[in-house]
Design a protein around this ligand. Sequence first.
Ligand code: S3P
Length: 428
Amino acid sequence: MKLLTTKHGINGELTIPADKSISHRSIMFGAISQGQTIVNNFLKAEDCLSTIAVFRQLGVTITEKNEKIYIDGKGFSGLTAPATRLDAGNSGTTMRLVLGILAGSDFTSEIAGDASLNRRPMERVMKPLREMGAELQGIEHAEFPPLRVSGHTLHEIEYQMPIASAQVKSAILFAALQAKGTTKIIEKEKSRNHTEEMIKQFGGQIDIEGRVITLKGGQTLSGQEVTVPGDISSAAFYLVAASILPNSEVILKQVGINPTRTGIIDVLKQMGATIEQIHEDEKNQAADLIVRSATLNACEIKGEIIPQLIDELPVIALAATQANGTTIIKDAQELKVKETNRIDATAAELTKMGASIEATDDGLIIHGPTPLHGAKVDSHGDHRIGMMLQIAALLTEEPVELENPEAVNISYPAFFQDLAQLIKEEQA
Ligand code: S3P
Protein backbone atom coordinates (compact mmCIF):
# COMPACT_ATOMS: atom_id res chain seq x y z
CA MET A 1 0.00 0.00 0.00
CA LYS A 2 1.20 3.49 -0.87
CA LEU A 3 1.33 5.56 2.32
CA LEU A 4 -0.07 9.06 2.81
CA THR A 5 2.20 12.09 2.50
CA THR A 6 1.72 15.75 3.32
CA LYS A 7 3.39 18.94 2.23
CA HIS A 8 1.51 21.09 4.73
CA GLY A 9 1.69 19.27 8.06
CA ILE A 10 -1.41 17.88 9.76
CA ASN A 11 -4.23 19.99 11.11
CA GLY A 12 -7.69 19.57 12.62
CA GLU A 13 -9.58 17.74 15.30
CA LEU A 14 -9.94 14.02 15.92
CA THR A 15 -11.78 11.81 18.40
CA ILE A 16 -9.31 9.12 19.39
CA PRO A 17 -10.64 5.53 19.28
CA ALA A 18 -11.30 3.73 22.55
CA ASP A 19 -8.60 2.32 24.78
CA LYS A 20 -7.68 -1.26 23.93
CA SER A 21 -6.57 -2.30 27.43
CA ILE A 22 -9.77 -0.98 29.05
CA SER A 23 -12.00 -2.43 26.30
CA HIS A 24 -10.57 -5.94 26.88
CA ARG A 25 -11.04 -5.63 30.62
CA SER A 26 -14.61 -4.28 30.31
CA ILE A 27 -15.64 -7.58 28.68
CA MET A 28 -13.68 -9.68 31.19
CA PHE A 29 -15.02 -7.87 34.27
CA GLY A 30 -18.52 -7.94 32.78
CA ALA A 31 -18.29 -11.71 32.32
CA ILE A 32 -16.98 -12.53 35.82
CA SER A 33 -19.37 -10.15 37.63
CA GLN A 34 -22.96 -10.80 38.65
CA GLY A 35 -25.61 -8.95 36.63
CA GLN A 36 -25.41 -6.85 33.51
CA THR A 37 -22.50 -4.71 32.35
CA ILE A 38 -22.96 -2.05 29.68
CA VAL A 39 -19.93 -0.74 27.81
CA ASN A 40 -20.03 2.62 26.04
CA ASN A 41 -17.39 3.39 23.41
CA PHE A 42 -16.01 -0.17 23.21
CA LEU A 43 -13.08 -0.50 20.78
CA LYS A 44 -14.28 -2.58 17.83
CA ALA A 45 -10.82 -3.59 16.67
CA GLU A 46 -9.57 -7.14 16.04
CA ASP A 47 -7.87 -7.66 19.43
CA CYS A 48 -10.92 -6.69 21.48
CA LEU A 49 -13.21 -8.70 19.19
CA SER A 50 -10.99 -11.71 20.04
CA THR A 51 -11.81 -11.14 23.71
CA ILE A 52 -15.55 -11.04 22.96
CA ALA A 53 -15.26 -14.26 20.92
CA VAL A 54 -13.38 -16.04 23.74
CA PHE A 55 -16.01 -15.15 26.36
CA ARG A 56 -18.82 -16.23 24.03
CA GLN A 57 -17.00 -19.56 23.73
CA LEU A 58 -17.03 -19.67 27.55
CA GLY A 59 -20.81 -19.38 27.55
CA VAL A 60 -21.25 -15.65 28.18
CA THR A 61 -23.97 -13.77 26.28
CA ILE A 62 -22.54 -10.58 24.80
CA THR A 63 -24.69 -8.44 22.52
CA GLU A 64 -24.47 -5.07 20.82
CA LYS A 65 -27.26 -2.53 20.50
CA ASN A 66 -27.07 1.16 19.60
CA GLU A 67 -23.27 1.23 19.80
CA LYS A 68 -23.28 -0.24 23.34
CA ILE A 69 -22.03 -3.68 24.35
CA TYR A 70 -24.17 -5.64 26.84
CA ILE A 71 -22.62 -8.47 28.86
CA ASP A 72 -24.74 -10.84 30.95
CA GLY A 73 -22.36 -11.50 33.83
CA LYS A 74 -22.23 -15.08 35.10
CA GLY A 75 -19.59 -14.83 37.83
CA PHE A 76 -16.43 -16.95 37.69
CA SER A 77 -18.40 -20.11 38.49
CA GLY A 78 -20.91 -19.53 35.69
CA LEU A 79 -18.33 -19.85 32.90
CA THR A 80 -18.71 -23.13 30.99
CA ALA A 81 -16.24 -25.42 29.21
CA PRO A 82 -15.75 -24.32 25.59
CA ALA A 83 -16.70 -26.80 22.86
CA THR A 84 -13.56 -25.96 20.88
CA ARG A 85 -10.11 -24.47 21.51
CA LEU A 86 -10.27 -20.79 22.55
CA ASP A 87 -8.81 -18.42 19.95
CA ALA A 88 -7.06 -15.26 21.24
CA GLY A 89 -6.01 -14.20 17.72
CA ASN A 90 -3.10 -11.73 17.86
CA SER A 91 -3.92 -10.56 21.38
CA GLY A 92 -1.44 -11.14 24.20
CA THR A 93 -3.73 -9.31 26.62
CA THR A 94 -6.61 -11.67 25.83
CA MET A 95 -4.54 -14.80 26.28
CA ARG A 96 -2.66 -13.82 29.43
CA LEU A 97 -5.61 -12.33 31.32
CA VAL A 98 -7.93 -15.17 30.32
CA LEU A 99 -5.38 -17.67 31.71
CA GLY A 100 -5.84 -16.02 35.11
CA ILE A 101 -9.62 -16.44 34.81
CA LEU A 102 -9.40 -20.07 33.60
CA ALA A 103 -6.95 -20.96 36.39
CA GLY A 104 -9.81 -21.23 38.88
CA SER A 105 -12.40 -22.80 36.55
CA ASP A 106 -13.82 -26.29 37.12
CA PHE A 107 -13.00 -27.51 33.61
CA THR A 108 -10.09 -28.12 31.23
CA SER A 109 -9.74 -25.89 28.19
CA GLU A 110 -7.24 -25.08 25.48
CA ILE A 111 -6.23 -21.67 24.14
CA ALA A 112 -4.14 -20.68 21.11
CA GLY A 113 -3.40 -17.57 19.07
CA ASP A 114 -2.17 -16.64 15.60
CA ALA A 115 1.41 -17.35 14.47
CA SER A 116 2.75 -14.24 16.27
CA LEU A 117 1.00 -14.93 19.59
CA ASN A 118 2.01 -18.60 19.46
CA ARG A 119 5.65 -17.43 19.60
CA ARG A 120 5.19 -15.16 22.64
CA PRO A 121 6.37 -16.25 26.11
CA MET A 122 3.72 -17.58 28.47
CA GLU A 123 5.89 -19.00 31.26
CA ARG A 124 5.71 -15.57 32.94
CA VAL A 125 1.98 -16.17 33.58
CA MET A 126 1.99 -19.95 33.91
CA LYS A 127 4.55 -19.89 36.75
CA PRO A 128 2.57 -17.78 39.26
CA LEU A 129 -0.72 -19.44 38.28
CA ARG A 130 0.81 -22.89 38.90
CA GLU A 131 2.02 -21.65 42.27
CA MET A 132 -1.60 -20.77 43.04
CA GLY A 133 -2.70 -24.34 42.24
CA ALA A 134 -3.71 -24.32 38.56
CA GLU A 135 -2.41 -26.81 36.00
CA LEU A 136 -1.07 -25.25 32.79
CA GLN A 137 1.02 -26.75 30.03
CA GLY A 138 2.19 -25.99 26.52
CA ILE A 139 0.68 -28.51 24.11
CA GLU A 140 3.41 -28.39 21.46
CA HIS A 141 6.16 -26.49 23.31
CA ALA A 142 6.56 -26.04 27.08
CA GLU A 143 6.45 -22.23 27.07
CA PHE A 144 4.39 -21.26 24.06
CA PRO A 145 0.75 -21.52 23.02
CA PRO A 146 -1.31 -23.53 22.29
CA LEU A 147 -1.80 -24.14 26.02
CA ARG A 148 -3.98 -26.49 28.06
CA VAL A 149 -5.41 -25.20 31.36
CA SER A 150 -7.05 -27.32 34.02
CA GLY A 151 -8.61 -25.06 36.60
CA HIS A 152 -8.46 -25.94 40.29
CA THR A 153 -9.33 -24.48 43.65
CA LEU A 154 -6.72 -21.76 44.02
CA HIS A 155 -4.87 -20.45 47.01
CA GLU A 156 -3.20 -17.12 47.68
CA ILE A 157 0.44 -16.29 46.86
CA GLU A 158 2.93 -13.62 47.64
CA TYR A 159 4.57 -12.84 44.32
CA GLN A 160 7.55 -10.66 43.63
CA MET A 161 7.27 -9.88 39.93
CA PRO A 162 10.49 -10.49 37.98
CA ILE A 163 9.33 -8.25 35.09
CA ALA A 164 7.19 -5.13 34.91
CA SER A 165 4.08 -6.43 33.14
CA ALA A 166 0.46 -5.37 33.54
CA GLN A 167 -0.60 -8.52 31.73
CA VAL A 168 1.11 -10.81 34.23
CA LYS A 169 -0.08 -8.72 37.17
CA SER A 170 -3.65 -8.81 35.83
CA ALA A 171 -3.62 -12.59 35.30
CA ILE A 172 -2.56 -13.04 38.95
CA LEU A 173 -5.25 -10.59 40.11
CA PHE A 174 -7.99 -12.50 38.23
CA ALA A 175 -6.75 -15.74 39.81
CA ALA A 176 -6.46 -14.05 43.23
CA LEU A 177 -10.10 -12.93 43.07
CA GLN A 178 -11.03 -16.64 42.95
CA ALA A 179 -8.46 -17.85 45.49
CA LYS A 180 -8.71 -18.69 49.16
CA GLY A 181 -6.75 -16.23 51.26
CA THR A 182 -5.16 -12.88 50.49
CA THR A 183 -2.70 -12.46 47.61
CA LYS A 184 0.14 -9.99 47.67
CA ILE A 185 1.89 -8.84 44.47
CA ILE A 186 5.04 -6.76 44.56
CA GLU A 187 5.57 -5.06 41.21
CA LYS A 188 9.05 -4.59 39.78
CA GLU A 189 7.99 -1.25 38.41
CA LYS A 190 4.55 0.32 38.33
CA SER A 191 2.73 -0.84 35.18
CA ARG A 192 -0.69 0.21 33.87
CA ASN A 193 -3.29 -0.17 36.63
CA HIS A 194 -6.55 -0.64 34.72
CA THR A 195 -7.26 -4.02 36.33
CA GLU A 196 -6.85 -2.60 39.84
CA GLU A 197 -9.07 0.38 38.91
CA MET A 198 -11.77 -1.89 37.50
CA ILE A 199 -11.78 -4.18 40.54
CA LYS A 200 -12.74 -1.07 42.51
CA GLN A 201 -15.21 0.11 39.87
CA PHE A 202 -16.99 -3.29 39.93
CA GLY A 203 -17.38 -3.10 43.70
CA GLY A 204 -14.31 -5.06 44.83
CA GLN A 205 -11.75 -4.14 47.44
CA ILE A 206 -8.06 -3.87 46.65
CA ASP A 207 -5.23 -2.22 48.54
CA ILE A 208 -2.39 -0.51 46.69
CA GLU A 209 0.59 0.98 48.44
CA GLY A 210 3.30 1.99 46.04
CA ARG A 211 4.32 -1.18 44.23
CA VAL A 212 2.57 -3.53 46.68
CA ILE A 213 -0.93 -4.76 45.82
CA THR A 214 -3.04 -6.77 48.26
CA LEU A 215 -6.25 -8.51 47.22
CA LYS A 216 -8.56 -10.73 49.27
CA GLY A 217 -9.93 -13.78 47.46
CA GLY A 218 -13.57 -14.83 47.20
CA GLN A 219 -14.97 -11.40 46.37
CA THR A 220 -18.11 -11.09 44.27
CA LEU A 221 -18.13 -8.26 41.76
CA SER A 222 -21.25 -6.67 40.30
CA GLY A 223 -21.94 -5.48 36.75
CA GLN A 224 -21.47 -1.79 35.94
CA GLU A 225 -21.85 0.76 33.17
CA VAL A 226 -18.38 1.53 31.80
CA THR A 227 -17.36 4.33 29.43
CA VAL A 228 -14.04 3.66 27.72
CA PRO A 229 -11.83 6.75 27.14
CA GLY A 230 -9.69 7.22 24.00
CA ASP A 231 -6.46 5.26 23.78
CA ILE A 232 -3.33 7.31 24.49
CA SER A 233 -1.39 4.62 22.59
CA SER A 234 -3.39 5.55 19.46
CA ALA A 235 -3.15 9.29 20.21
CA ALA A 236 0.63 8.78 20.36
CA PHE A 237 0.92 8.67 16.55
CA TYR A 238 -0.59 12.14 16.24
CA LEU A 239 1.33 13.53 19.22
CA VAL A 240 4.54 12.63 17.39
CA ALA A 241 3.31 13.53 13.87
CA ALA A 242 2.16 17.03 14.82
CA SER A 243 5.35 17.61 16.84
CA ILE A 244 7.77 16.68 14.05
CA LEU A 245 5.89 18.07 11.03
CA PRO A 246 6.10 21.83 10.42
CA ASN A 247 2.82 23.82 10.29
CA SER A 248 0.84 21.37 12.37
CA GLU A 249 -1.76 21.73 15.09
CA VAL A 250 -4.08 18.91 16.11
CA ILE A 251 -6.73 18.59 18.83
CA LEU A 252 -7.09 15.02 20.06
CA LYS A 253 -10.41 14.53 21.84
CA GLN A 254 -11.18 12.33 24.87
CA VAL A 255 -7.77 10.80 25.35
CA GLY A 256 -7.27 8.60 28.43
CA ILE A 257 -4.80 10.23 30.79
CA ASN A 258 -4.42 7.57 33.47
CA PRO A 259 -1.00 8.48 34.96
CA THR A 260 0.32 4.92 34.45
CA ARG A 261 -0.05 5.52 30.68
CA THR A 262 1.12 9.09 30.11
CA GLY A 263 4.87 8.47 29.89
CA ILE A 264 4.81 9.56 26.24
CA ILE A 265 3.53 13.03 27.15
CA ASP A 266 6.27 13.44 29.76
CA VAL A 267 9.01 12.31 27.36
CA LEU A 268 7.82 14.38 24.40
CA LYS A 269 7.55 17.45 26.63
CA GLN A 270 11.06 16.79 27.94
CA MET A 271 12.19 16.71 24.29
CA GLY A 272 10.60 20.13 23.71
CA ALA A 273 7.13 19.23 22.41
CA THR A 274 4.19 21.58 22.89
CA ILE A 275 1.30 19.57 24.32
CA GLU A 276 -1.58 21.20 26.17
CA GLN A 277 -4.25 19.38 28.15
CA ILE A 278 -7.79 20.87 28.27
CA HIS A 279 -11.37 19.82 29.19
CA GLU A 280 -10.32 17.26 31.77
CA ASP A 281 -13.06 14.70 32.53
CA GLU A 282 -12.07 13.39 35.97
CA LYS A 283 -14.64 10.62 36.13
CA ASN A 284 -13.39 8.93 32.95
CA GLN A 285 -9.73 9.97 33.39
CA ALA A 286 -9.76 11.65 29.97
CA ALA A 287 -8.87 15.03 28.46
CA ASP A 288 -8.44 16.75 25.10
CA LEU A 289 -4.83 17.23 24.02
CA ILE A 290 -3.61 20.02 21.75
CA VAL A 291 -0.28 19.40 20.06
CA ARG A 292 1.67 21.78 17.81
CA SER A 293 4.88 21.62 15.73
CA ALA A 294 8.02 21.99 17.83
CA THR A 295 11.78 21.67 17.69
CA LEU A 296 12.74 18.49 19.52
CA ASN A 297 15.95 17.65 21.35
CA ALA A 298 17.34 14.22 22.17
CA CYS A 299 16.86 12.63 25.59
CA GLU A 300 17.53 9.46 27.56
CA ILE A 301 14.56 7.18 28.24
CA LYS A 302 15.11 4.42 30.81
CA GLY A 303 14.08 2.89 34.13
CA GLU A 304 10.68 3.16 35.72
CA ILE A 305 9.07 5.26 32.97
CA ILE A 306 9.52 2.40 30.45
CA PRO A 307 6.35 0.43 31.42
CA GLN A 308 4.38 3.70 31.18
CA LEU A 309 5.22 4.17 27.50
CA ILE A 310 6.18 0.65 26.43
CA ASP A 311 3.81 0.53 23.42
CA GLU A 312 4.79 4.05 22.32
CA LEU A 313 8.54 3.41 22.02
CA PRO A 314 8.55 2.72 18.24
CA VAL A 315 6.91 6.08 17.51
CA ILE A 316 9.07 7.82 20.15
CA ALA A 317 12.09 6.40 18.28
CA LEU A 318 10.71 8.00 15.11
CA ALA A 319 10.42 11.34 16.95
CA ALA A 320 14.06 10.93 17.99
CA THR A 321 15.15 10.66 14.33
CA GLN A 322 13.99 14.29 13.99
CA ALA A 323 15.44 15.53 17.31
CA ASN A 324 18.78 17.27 17.76
CA GLY A 325 21.34 14.93 19.30
CA THR A 326 21.52 11.29 20.34
CA THR A 327 18.51 9.70 22.02
CA ILE A 328 19.14 6.58 24.09
CA ILE A 329 16.34 4.14 24.97
CA LYS A 330 17.34 1.56 27.63
CA ASP A 331 15.70 -1.05 29.88
CA ALA A 332 13.17 -1.84 27.15
CA GLN A 333 14.03 -5.50 26.48
CA GLU A 334 10.29 -6.29 26.76
CA LEU A 335 9.94 -4.78 23.28
CA LYS A 336 11.55 -7.93 21.89
CA VAL A 337 8.55 -10.08 22.91
CA LYS A 338 5.70 -7.90 21.66
CA GLU A 339 3.66 -8.67 18.51
CA THR A 340 7.04 -8.69 16.78
CA ASN A 341 10.56 -7.87 18.02
CA ARG A 342 9.92 -4.11 18.08
CA ILE A 343 13.57 -3.19 18.73
CA ASP A 344 14.73 -4.94 15.57
CA ALA A 345 11.70 -3.99 13.47
CA THR A 346 11.94 -0.28 14.38
CA ALA A 347 15.67 -0.15 13.66
CA ALA A 348 15.45 -2.14 10.41
CA GLU A 349 12.50 -0.25 8.90
CA LEU A 350 13.61 3.27 9.86
CA THR A 351 17.12 2.47 8.58
CA LYS A 352 15.56 1.73 5.17
CA MET A 353 14.16 5.29 5.22
CA GLY A 354 17.52 6.88 6.04
CA ALA A 355 17.46 7.10 9.85
CA SER A 356 20.61 6.65 11.89
CA ILE A 357 19.37 4.12 14.43
CA GLU A 358 21.00 1.16 16.16
CA ALA A 359 19.32 -1.71 17.96
CA THR A 360 20.87 -2.60 21.32
CA ASP A 361 20.18 -5.45 23.69
CA ASP A 362 17.59 -3.49 25.65
CA GLY A 363 16.64 -0.56 23.45
CA LEU A 364 17.70 1.78 20.67
CA ILE A 365 20.24 4.53 20.02
CA ILE A 366 19.07 7.17 17.57
CA HIS A 367 21.20 9.97 16.13
CA GLY A 368 19.19 12.93 14.89
CA PRO A 369 18.12 14.82 13.05
CA THR A 370 18.13 12.92 9.75
CA PRO A 371 15.90 13.53 6.74
CA LEU A 372 13.84 10.44 5.84
CA HIS A 373 13.34 9.25 2.28
CA GLY A 374 11.07 6.93 0.31
CA ALA A 375 11.46 3.17 0.67
CA LYS A 376 9.59 -0.11 0.68
CA VAL A 377 8.93 -0.95 4.35
CA ASP A 378 7.13 -3.69 6.28
CA SER A 379 4.85 -3.63 9.34
CA HIS A 380 6.10 -7.13 10.27
CA GLY A 381 2.40 -7.82 10.90
CA ASP A 382 2.60 -5.47 13.92
CA HIS A 383 -0.03 -2.71 14.18
CA ARG A 384 2.19 -0.26 16.04
CA ILE A 385 5.11 -0.69 13.62
CA GLY A 386 2.73 -0.16 10.67
CA MET A 387 1.29 3.06 12.11
CA MET A 388 4.73 4.38 13.11
CA LEU A 389 5.91 3.86 9.51
CA GLN A 390 2.91 5.75 8.16
CA ILE A 391 3.83 8.71 10.38
CA ALA A 392 7.45 8.44 9.15
CA ALA A 393 6.16 8.52 5.56
CA LEU A 394 4.59 11.94 6.19
CA LEU A 395 8.13 13.34 6.35
CA THR A 396 9.32 12.03 2.98
CA GLU A 397 9.11 13.58 -0.46
CA GLU A 398 9.25 10.26 -2.31
CA PRO A 399 6.55 7.59 -1.95
CA VAL A 400 6.72 4.97 0.80
CA GLU A 401 5.22 1.54 0.16
CA LEU A 402 4.04 -0.44 3.23
CA GLU A 403 3.79 -4.23 3.21
CA ASN A 404 1.17 -5.81 5.49
CA PRO A 405 -0.75 -2.57 6.23
CA GLU A 406 -3.83 -4.51 7.45
CA ALA A 407 -2.01 -5.04 10.78
CA VAL A 408 -3.42 -1.65 11.92
CA ASN A 409 -6.84 -3.35 12.29
CA ILE A 410 -5.57 -4.92 15.54
CA SER A 411 -6.01 -1.67 17.47
CA TYR A 412 -7.08 1.12 15.09
CA PRO A 413 -9.05 0.07 11.97
CA ALA A 414 -9.79 3.69 10.89
CA PHE A 415 -6.19 4.87 11.26
CA PHE A 416 -5.47 5.71 7.60
CA GLN A 417 -8.88 7.41 7.12
CA ASP A 418 -8.48 9.49 10.31
CA LEU A 419 -4.99 10.61 9.31
CA ALA A 420 -6.16 11.46 5.76
CA GLN A 421 -8.80 13.69 7.34
CA LEU A 422 -6.12 15.75 9.11
CA ILE A 423 -4.21 16.14 5.86
CA LYS A 424 -7.31 17.04 3.81
CA GLU A 425 -8.52 19.64 6.30
CA GLU A 426 -5.24 21.48 5.86
CA GLN A 427 -5.29 21.36 2.06
CA ALA A 428 -8.98 22.36 1.72
C1 S3P B 1 -1.16 -4.40 28.18
C2 S3P B 1 0.05 -4.43 28.81
C3 S3P B 1 1.35 -4.27 28.12
C4 S3P B 1 1.17 -3.70 26.73
C5 S3P B 1 0.04 -4.33 25.98
C6 S3P B 1 -1.26 -4.16 26.72
C7 S3P B 1 -2.39 -4.58 28.98
O1 S3P B 1 1.96 -5.54 28.01
O2 S3P B 1 2.35 -3.81 25.99
O3 S3P B 1 -0.10 -3.74 24.70
O4 S3P B 1 -3.49 -4.28 28.49
O5 S3P B 1 -2.27 -5.03 30.13
P1 S3P B 1 2.88 -6.14 29.22
O6 S3P B 1 2.05 -6.08 30.41
O7 S3P B 1 3.19 -7.55 28.85
O8 S3P B 1 4.10 -5.27 29.25
